[in-house]
Design a binder for this molecule. Structure first.
Ligand code: ATP
Ligand code: MG
Length: 254
């Protein structure tokens, strides 16, 4: 199982949207995909249409090792797609992670138990630098950094790279950065908005040797696909899938 997380240390950078679209695309291509919702906002769980039942295990119980990992994984309506869900109670994992001594390795340890069952694991992370976030980084073979094509996005990228560097120094992150994915790149017809162009140029500088992928454009069409639980191609917008296809190609090569 290859584990890829979407990490970006600000709200609204596209982590959940990209996790969702990538997960559906991979599943449609025949890969067995485990989606992990590691954000107490639980947006991924919501968009995947999963209702967490009272007393049903979620990522919280898995991280605390109150249940086996497999007990917290639920098949979704779409073929090949599985979810380890969250609800707002996940914030309680903070204290456990901070005091258990497992910290950054807790999620990696939990996922190892199901590594043979899936081809790809996609993890959606919270926007803050919390213990849960550190645990996501610790579990990642690959990290994708979505960043809004704006000053806020550039700052989010900087903070995310700092965190990865710090964690790499203490050997808590042993994976690699797959790339930076500019999000909500705005165009007016054939002209790119100045803000978007400048932000993406700044991202290239900040990213250095790390690749900057083709952008996710500012478009209602992505939102439509997410809302309807459909693939962009199914809605007739296959060309908008290019950045996601590129992520998948890179994942396949490694
Ligand atoms: N291509 C797009 N163009 C414009 N808006 C989009 C696009 N794709 C997604 N959105 C919207 O952008 C918003 C932020 O996206 P998303 O929730 O994926 O970010 P996030 O990084 O997960 O945020 P958070 O850190 O709060 O979890 C959402 O409201 C989503 O519907
Ligand atoms: Mg999110």
């Amino acid at each position: 199982m290859k584990t890829l997380s979407c990490l970006s240390l600000s709200g609204g950078q596209g982590k959940t949207s990209i996790s969702l679209l990538l997960g559906r695309l991979l599943a449609q291509q025949g890969q067995r995909v485990l989606m992990v919702d590691a954000d107490p906002q639980a947006n991924l769980t919501f968009y995947l249409g999963h209702d967490v039942q009272p007393d049903a295990p979620t990522l919280l119980e898995v991280l605390r090792r109150q249940v086996e990992t497999a007990a917290g994984i639920y098949p979704l309506a779409s073929e090949n797609l599985y979810l380890l869900p969250a609800d707002e109670g996940l914030h309680q994992a903070q204290e456990y992670l901070a005091t258990s001594g497992m910290g950054a390795l807790a999620l990696r340890y939990s996922l190892e138990a199901v590594g043979e069952l899936f081809d790809v694991c996609l993890i959606d992370s919270p926007p803050q630098r919390t213990q849960i976030c550190l645990s996501v980084v610790g579990a990642s073979d690959w990290v994708l950094i979505p960043a809004e094509a704006s000053t806020k996005g550039v700052n989010s990228l900087l903070r995310s790279l700092d965190l990865l560097e710090e964690m790499r120094r203490i050997r808590a992150f042993t994976g690699q950065v797959l790339g930076v994915l500019p999000f909500r790149d705005k165009w007016f017809g054939r002209s790119q908005a100045t803000d978007s162009r400048e932000a993406i140029a700044a991202m290239r500088q900040v990213a250095g040797e790390i690749r900057v992928l083709p952008s996710i454009l500012e478009s209602e069409r992505y939102k439509q696909a997410i809302r309807q639980g459909r693939l962009l191609a199914e809605l007739g917008y296959g060309e908008l899938e290019l950045p996601l296809q590129q992520v998948i190609e890179i994942l396949e090569q490694v």
